[in-house]
Write a protein that binds this ligand. Sequence first.
Ligand code: ADP
Ligand code: MG
Length: 261
Amino acid sequence: PAAGEVILEVNRARKEFGGLVAVNDMQFNVKAGEIMGLIGPNGAGKSTMFNLVTGVLPVTRGEIKFRSDGQLQRIDALASRQIVRCGIGRTFQHVRLLPSMSVLENVALGAHLRGQFGDVAGVAASFLRLNQKEEQALLFDARRQLERVGLGELMYEEAGSLALGQQRILEIARALCCDPSLLLLDEPAAGLRYQEKLALAELLRKLKAEGMSVLLVEHDMDFVMNLTDRLVVMEFGTKIAEGLPLEVQQHPAVLEAYLGG
Ligand code: ADP
Ligand code: MG
């Protein structure tokens, strides 16, 4: 998609869990080539919003549209495998990897799974059923993405031996294997050391320069302020502010939500 075109449109998306409204008629979009931040206090509904966009959870109501084949198309009724195929990749809030397998195998498994890294044991078993040609294609793509994110040198290390910052970047490589045009990253900088955050920010800037669109959930405000083009703020499932990072930071409702009131 051309830079500036809407790539993701969330239109009054709602998610209820029993009586709890986790996502309350959320409305926002992401434009091609931008890094959009999604912030808000714990429990605001950010991860649930990701699960709606990626088809992990069905919306209670509302629409989610994504640009694929040049057109905005509804994806809210699609299965997550289909959504990945449309071009949305994601990482999860908590690192999901097979620690005793290699970095390369972890990324190739993700490519095989097309983004669903839930039941890892089942996945490893299905990986073993691939024929040699399929396996070679997956490994080729995984190597390419590891080079792209700067982890080429660590390809044959055990994934569990990597520092947390490298594990998070491994997960980004895994999401890139599905060849997405939009990446959803759920708190990628959480728990990272300062230098690791710098490396992660540099990678995201590089991906953006390559035309990638990113929707980023993150708590570290310095990280968010330095990296994002626009921000959406959620509280109790509801959008309370939206705009340029510096504007949003000054917004009374945002100050209230963050400083407590
Ligand atoms: P955030 O990512 O912003 O911290 P979440 O999206 O994880 O927030 O959670 C939003 C609200 O929805 C919380 O109150 C949480 O307890 C609730 N919630 C999230 N997932 C589920 C679920 N699968 N079933 C029931 N409640 C859930
Ligand atoms: Mg969350």
